[in-house]
Design a binder for this molecule. Structure first.
Ligand code: NA7
Length: 530
């Protein structure tokens, strides 16, 4: 017997879960949020590694559901740090009195759909049993950490950390010999800071990454006033762009302009800094030859920065620019000019095992006191499939997605009625500015629930054909681009054994149009039963 009867259970207290709570409560529904951490914030709660920052500019990385909130909150830097983003979500929770419906330190366990009542029976590791009509998965895209399987890891006598589960008290690197494994965004942000603090740093690199300088700086009050003076219009303009962000998109194709013009544009964006480098030309993500011009430019930059040519060669990515998410850094490449930093390319010299004293490669053991795994996440699906969800007929969610995720719009899954996913695979999510994409999904789900409740609908479920067509469409659109042509977490290829499927939907505006069309046509593509 359930202890508690609610309209909605939300799993996860990150940015999506907190806004979902606010949205539903404002519409008059009873909601409980279960959050595994002992604080809210999701990604921004767990990723406390040195240098953790958002790679989207702070003036865009915030909620827009409340004009007062948008006007009142003052960001201090161009790219907000993890602590500042955490302060922001805590402020939001306090301002809208959200915490009274959030239960921390609670992991959702077996959760079953009861076909007799059309309701979810949710249990938790704290002994809660909740009967709820709707289940909203707000478990985040980058929350299930990916630990490499390296022999001997348990025998290491020093300290081991993962950037995505960083200790709250921080880590003192002074006087220490440190290994960092992984050179994605987390590695690239933390390596310069760890290098400056520790005695010796060895970076173990499997794949080099492209990175653009952040040129982070305190926010100029004039710039803030300008954006705040037309905040809604600014956000509305961004909503009409592919990445749902203010990237200063250039409509020209790299291959249609002369080389000098092309280099100027790349130089301009390099000097400006940030991920909008990707919007330098319209064909960069659709034509490998166009992309190669960006690659050449970025290779030259690495040569300019890194003094040792052999080292520079090892740091140059061979792949397609942006195919793995482009990184944004502060002094990453220059860090390799330091005397206390060395690089091990593990393709040339693989890690054989971890010993009590350090990391063993062919040339011997690299003795270290601390190992930092900056090895990323089982992205987009990991946090969902690890929850024991049983749908219609007892179908296990993890099994239904064993060959790759199947959903309609990344929002609903056939066989799992009355369940919604926020920024699930099959939606633009990680290819966009996450915050407005979260808000878009939360608004859509909230409106859908109100529609169902107003009409006395007992059950909503994605139809098999709509889901099949959508999955095919996501792949078709993905295949028009160069994204599927490399290995990245967008494709699940960073996790051994994970099915290779292009997870996000490319292009926010057509996606938003489709979502609106589905809603306007009485949730066409979903089966609604009285
Ligand atoms: P990423 O971007 O997935 O980077 C993880 C890094 O760890 C990447 O360089 C991986 O190499 C490397 N890796 C993963 N597994 C191993 C093993 N087994 N051995 C050695 N190296 C390994 O995660 P981040 O946390 O940096 O960033 C995630 C997102 O957060 C980022 O894209 C932004 O959106 C914010 P690989 O490239 O797979 O060869």
């Amino acid at each position: 017997m359930a202890d508690l009867k609610m309209d909605v259970v939300v799993v996860g207290g990150g940015f999506s879960g907190m806004y979902m709570l606010h949205k539903l409560r404002t519409s008059g529904y009873s909601v409980i949020v279960f959050e595994a951490g002992d604080g809210i914030g999701g990604t921004w709660y767990w990723n406390r590694y040195p240098g953790a920052r958002c790679d989207i500019q702070s003036m865009e990385y915030s909620y827009q559901f409340s004009d007062e909130l948008a006007q009142d909150w003052e960001w201090t830097e161009r790219y907000a740090t993890q602590p500042e983003i955490l302060r922001y979500i805590e402020h939001v929770a306090e301002r809208f009195d959200l915490m009274k419906d959030v239960q921390l330190n609670t992991r959702v366990g077996r959760t079953e759909f009861d076909e007799g009542t059309n309701r979810w029976q949710v249990t938790t590791d704290q002994g809660d049993a909740v009967d709820a009509k709707y289940l909203v998965m707000a478990t985040g895209c980058l929350s299930s950490t990916n630990y490499p399987q390296i022999d001997g890891l348990e025998s290491f006598s020093g300290a081991c950390y993962h950037t995505g589960k960083w200790p709250h008290e921080g880590v003192d690197f002074s006087g220490k010999r440190v290994a960092v494994v992984g050179t994605g965004s987390s590695g690239i942000q933390s390596i310069p800071i760890i290098a400056a603090e520790c005695d010796e740093l060895t970076v173990f690199q499997r794949t080099p990454n492209f990175s653009i300088p952040a040129h982070n700086q305190p926010l100029d009050p004039g710039f803030v006033a300008k954006i705040k003076g037309r905040y809604r219009a600014f956000r509305d303009e961004n909503r009409l762009t592919a990445f749902h962000a203010d990237f200063d998109y250039n409509e020209e194709n790299a291959l249609d302009v002369d080389p000098a013009h092309r280099t100027n544009e790349y130089e301009r964006r390099w000097a400006k800094g940030g991920i909008s480098f990707m919007a330098a030309f319209a064909d960069l993500m659709f034509d490998k030859n166009a992309n190669a011009t960006a690659k050449e430019f970025l290779h030259d930059k690495i040569d300019e920065i890194v003094r040792d040519p052999d080292l520079a060669a090892k740091l140059k990515p061979d792949g397609v620019v942006g195919c793995k998410r482009l990184c944004v850094d502060t002094d990453y490449f220059a860090t390799f000019n330091r005397d206390n930093v060395s690089l091990v390319d593990i393709n040339e010299t693989p890690i054989r095992k971890i010993t009590a004293n350090g990391v063993e490669i062919d040339e011997g053991v690299c003795d270290v006191d601390i190992i930092v795994f900056a090895t990323g996440f089982d992205a987009m699906t990991g946090a969902l499939t690890r929850v024991d969800i049983r749908g219609r007929g007892g179908e296990r969610f993890s099994e239904s997605w064993a060959e790759g995720p199947k959903s309609f719009l990344g929002l609903g899954v056939q066989g799992f009625p009355n369940m919604f996913i926020i920024t699930g695979p099959g939606s633009p999510s990680v290819l966009t500015n996450m915050l407005p994409s979260i808000e878009h999904h939360v608004d859509w789900i909230g409106d859908c629930i109100s529609y169902l409740e107003e009409r006395g609908v007992a059950r909503i479920e994605a139809k098999a054909d709509a889901q099949e067509d959508w999955v095919a469409h996501v792949n078709e659109v993905g295949d028009t681009s160069v994204y599927p042509q490399c290995n990245s977490w967008y494709l699940g290829s960073n996790v051994p054994g994970k099915s290779r499927v292009f997870l996000p939907y490319l292009g926010f505006p057509p996606y938003a149009e489709k979502c609106a069309e589905v809603a306007n046509n009485d949730y066409e593509g979903f089966e609604l039963s009285a």
